[in-house]
Design a protein around this ligand. Structure first.
Ligand SMILES: [Zn+2]
Length: 90
């Protein structure tokens, strides 16, 4: 049996089993800012964070528990690997 793909509409929340979702679609283009410990990024939405990519922040989240719909955990991101972004000044 295939592994469930929790990104698909109709699948319940992978954390609480709920079915109340809100879809966020925010066109920020190249004005996306991402901070992780020690590092910061500014530009188009990275596509390896599970929150959309390119021009848009785009994800569904559960209105019961707050879990973002998607396949997590994510593999190491380009920001974490130091490929994108810059060390955050203190
Ligand atoms: Zn939930």
């Amino acid at each position: 049996m295939a592994k469930r793909d929790y990104r698909l509409p109709g699948e319940p929340c992978q954390q609480c089993g709920g079915s109340r979702f809100a879809r966020v679609l925010a066109r920020c283009s190249d004005m996306c800012s991402i901070d992780i410990p020690g590092r910061t990024y500014h530009g188009y939405v990275p596509d390896d964070l599970g929150i959309g990519g390119g021009d848009d922040v785009n994800f569904d989240y559960c209105l019961d528990c707050g879990r973002i719909r998607g396949n997590f955990p994510r593999p190491p991101t380009r920001i974490e690997q130091g490929i994108d972004g810059h060390p955050r000044p203190r």
